[in-house]
Design a protein around this ligand. Structure first.
Ligand code: ITT
Length: 196
């Protein structure tokens, strides 16, 4: 099938398409923006995102057989900051960035955090929901040049490296998005088995 990934984020697309590579699907990046509602959960954000797109920016292929599209909304939740930036991760990264986050955590010994991904796949008129999370510690300084966003300060449990010190395949084995994608891949495989 043809899987359209709706994102403006090149890094996200790289990670998602890398995981889809072993399956025999065509993968296309689509820059179709949608409003991110102010909601308490990432799941609500993706649900509203799909609803909004279908109502306001429907493309003919969205209803075509053998096509599906994915949206991914992710957020960083830091324990010592009571879950901030959470659903505001995009705005916070854009405004204060990693430098601002490290400043907010100055003097804080508790560095625990979790990254969450909510991923919604729409095909054949239906939504399918997948999620993943990755527990971590926030570094004391930025490290690494790979990845994007909060990767330079994010050290997943089980690693000494930040995500920005890993390549895409390595990050996918640990990451929130990698976990959500594992469930999505299982779904795609079971869908193909049922059809065949
Ligand atoms: P979309 O077009 O797909 O919405 P986005 O960059 O706005 O792209 P999100 O709203 O999901 O994506 O991300 C919220 C923020 O968290 C944003 O600043 C991202 O750069 C950052 N982010 C998302 N996933 C990340 C990851 O795996 N590692 C580091 N930062 C990430």
């Amino acid at each position: 099938m043809i899987i359209h990934i709706l994102t403006s984020n090149e890094g996200k697309f790289r990670e998602i398409s890398k995981m889809l590579q072993p399956l025999d699907h065509e993968v296309i990046k689509e820059d179709i923006p949608y409003p991110e509602v102010q909601a308490e959960s990432l799941k609500t954000v993706v649900e509203h995102g799909i609803e909004w797109i279908l109502e306001n920016d429907m493309r003919p292929w969205m209803k075509a057989p053998d096509h599906g599209f994915v949206i991914d909304d992710s957020g960083l939740f830091i324990k010592a900051l009571k879950g901030f930036p959470g659903v505001y991760s995009k705005y916070v990264f854009f405004t204060i960035g990693n430098t601002g986050i490290l400043r907010l955590l100055e003097e804080k010994k508790d560095r625990e955090a979790v990254f969450r991904t909510s991923l919604m796949f729409h095909t054949d008129g239906r939504n399918h929901y997948f999620e993943g999370l990755c527990r971590a510690h926030i570094a004391y300084q930025e490290r690494g040049r790979h990845g994007f966003g909060y990767d330079p300060v994010f050290i997943p449990i089980g690693s000494e490296l930040t995500f920005a010190e890993m390549d895409t395949a390595q990050k996918n084995t640990f990451s929130h998005r990698g976990k959500a994608m594992e469930s999505f891949l299982e779904f795609l495989i079971s869908m193909a088995t049922n059809e065949g």
